[in-house]
Ligand binder design. Structure first.
Ligand code: ZN
Length: 78
């Protein structure tokens, strides 16, 4: 689920953070380029609220990377 256009070597400490599962409240560790992770507790898919999707504007792997539903959401905002 890693975008080929991103490299963890350039990351800052704040680029890894914890997000509360909206369903059960357990903390899930997110990397800034994680689109979604599965909660280890309730097994629900949790979408990264801080995801920086700047790269999907230009990345040719974007649709495979984030999936068509995120692409749709992104274009709705504009
Ligand atoms: Zn959960």
């Amino acid at each position: 689920m890693k975008c080929p256009g991103q490299d963890t070597r350039h990351w800052k400490p704040g680029d890894i953070f914890e997000v509360k599962c909206p369903s059960c409240g357990v903390l899930i560790e997110f990397f800034k380029d994680d689109i979604r992770r599965r909660c280890k507790d309730c097994k629900k898919q949790v979408t990264n609220p801080k995801i920086d999707l700047g790269c999907i504007e230009w990345c040719k792997f974007a649709e495979q990377c984030v999936g068509p539903e995120v692409m749709k959401k992104k274009s709705k905002k504009k």
